[in-house]
Ligand binder design. Structure first.
Ligand code: COA
Length: 198
């Protein structure tokens, strides 16, 4: 049996030392997504220390390497009333507040801000994206147990069809498009309900 463990990045840094962590993460490779790669190499530890987002590493104890990571945070998600189908309106109305003037809805959602596999690991030893996502959802369920919350958001670059399939297969639905001025990219915001385990 493979021994995988999930570490909050700052705790892992304390355990192995920051220099060792930095050296391990400098080999973390995500060829299809430079932002996901840059974040884990250069930003995740500091952001976690500041609690602006929390990053978790999935560590293979036998390989002594990081197989993947994800970054979580809570943020407000506003959706314009006119963009909602009646089914989606019923869903979001249960978990959000309606702006009486505009009819828009705002919900606090859990955001999976980053998620990525380490593609520098030999292919047969890489972890599956489904397993990685399930570990992220487990962490969110632990947060849900403490403070509630029901919706999980991911933002996918709109032209990445493979990611649409990955998230759809895992229960996410496209809700909204968002244009980001800073990186000049169109994003597809996808949402799923986080069921609690009884
Ligand atoms: C998202 C992810 C965790 C899913 O895991 P997975 O299903 O095990 O992923 P795989 O490595 O099997 O990739 C599945 C397919 O998606 C493609 N793909 C994955 N990420 C992609 C990306 N960012 N852009 C374009 N294509 C991508 C792969 O090339 C592969 O294509 P193929 O079927 O033609 O070989 C993983 O693909 C990943 O780490 N991607 C890079 C980081 C990323 O883009 N994260 C999502 C940010 S919203």
């Amino acid at each position: 049996m493979r021994k995988l463990s999930v570490w909050r990045i700052d705790k892992f840094a304390k355990t192995v030392g920051e220099a060792a962590l930095s050296s391990t993460l400098s080999g973390f490779a995500v060829p299809m997504n430079a932002e996901v790669e840059d974040f884990i190499r250069n930003k995740a530890l500091q952001a976690t220390k500041l609690k602006s987002s929390i990053s978790y590493l999935v560590v293979d104890e036998d390989l002594a390497d990081v197989l993947g990571y994800f970054t979580l945070l809570v943020k407000p998600f506003t959706i314009q009333s006119k963009q909602l189908s009646s089914k989606n309106r019923r869903l979001i109305a249960r978990f959000s507040e309606e702006n009486a003037e505009t009819g828009d809805y705002t919900a606090s959602v859990y955001l999976i801000a980053q998620i990525g596999k380490n593609y520098s690991i030999q292919e047969e030893l890489q972890m599956s994206g489904n397993d990685l996502l399930n570990l992220a959802l487990d962490k969110l369920r632990a947060a849900q147990d403490l403070i509630g919350g029901k919706l999980v958001l991911v933002e996918r670059e709109a032209d990445r069809e493979k990611l649409l399939k990955f998230y759809s297969d895992n229960g996410f639905m496209s809700w909204n498009g968002r244009y980001d001025k800073k990186d000049q990219l169109q994003y597809d915001q996808m949402i799923r309900v986080l069921e609690s385990v009884a």
